[in-house]
Design a protein around this ligand. Structure first.
Ligand SMILES: [Zn+2]
Length: 278
């Protein structure tokens, strides 16, 4: 029997034989094979530009309201990519770093006064003398998220901000229902199957809180964020799907996002964590 990575309870099987579910901590985990197809191509990133910027502003505004005196701290965004989040953080924190394996955006980030470190999360040295670690859509891509939390617990990290997908939204629920009916397109997309970097984990508030506490962090606040725009974004889906599917799914996704707003739930969520003994 496979055990849950978060709470070690026995997993339950789901309709999808690559995805397991833990009742105890309300957590989904994907056990698919790594594929070589690159998913995050430039066309997709471009269509998400304005959404990512808006999300980053909201994340940093909340951070400011939680901790008004941030200026003297040092922050790092891990798996930064274009660094939407760290660029916004730079407006309130002087010393900022971006960590990424890929150096594509190195110069752009340095123009913002953000220091660039090339590397991955396994290199613990990147967390020396850092106060705040931020990760936007990174944590769910780690096969073993415990390792990352244990590593940063070794250093004197005060705050951790994680922006991750959430299994409590309408889009996830709809994808799950369709998959039960044999239509797996949205479900596969939610886990980013067939990509070189799938979502290994789909967290709930319960499972995120559990993994945080196991690693000496506690959740002090959270923020619901949109996964898609309320106005259908055809460009986003055409980047990965054929035209007719993309038109229909854009409209459906935006409708589901509106339902999230009405019911005050969300398909992606930001968690603000603080070290327990701080
Ligand atoms: Zn569990």
């Amino acid at each position: 029997m496979i055990k849950c990575t978060i709470c070690c309870s026995n997993f339950k099987i789901t309709t999808d034989d690559e995805v397991y579910y833990c009742i105890q901590c309300d957590h989904y985990q994907y056990f698919g094979n790594d594929k070589l197809e690159i998913f995050d191509h430039p066309k997709l990133s471009k269509s998400l530009d304005s959404l990512r910027k808006k999300q980053s502003e909201k994340i940093v505004n909340k951070l400011k309201s939680l901790y008004p005196s941030l200026d003297n701290l040092t922050a790092i965004e891990v798996g930064a990519g274009k660094g939407y989040l760290i660029k916004e953080v730079k407006k309130v924190i002087t010393k900022c770093y971006a960590l990424d394996m890929d150096i594509t955006y190195k110069n752009e980030l340095e123009d913002y006064g953000i220091k660039f470190k090339q590397g991955n999360l396994d290199d613990e040295n990147n967390f020396k003398n850092i106060d705040i670690v931020l990760g936007s859509h990174v944590f769910e891509h780690l096969i073993n998220p415990n390792k990352f939390l244990t590593d940063i617990d070794t250093y004197d990290i005060k705050f951790l901000i994680l922006f991750i997908p959430n299994s409590k939204g309408w889009i996830f629920s709809f994808g799950k229902a369709l998959n039960k009916l044999g239509i797996s397109l949205l479900w596969k997309r939610l886990f980013q199957k067939n990509s070189n970097s799938p979502h290994y984990h789909y967290f709930s508030e319960k499972s995120l809180t559990k993994i945080a506490e196991k690693n000496n962090f506690k959740v002090v606040a959270s923020l619901n964020l949109n996964m898609v725009n309320y106005i259908p974004n055809f460009k986003r889906v055409t980047a990965t799907e054929p035209l007719i599917i993309s038109i229909v799914s854009s409209v459906v996704l935006s409708f589901l996002e509106l339902m999230n707003k009405v019911f005050k739930v969300s398909d992606s969520k930001v968690y603000y964590l603080k070290r327990i003994n701080e």
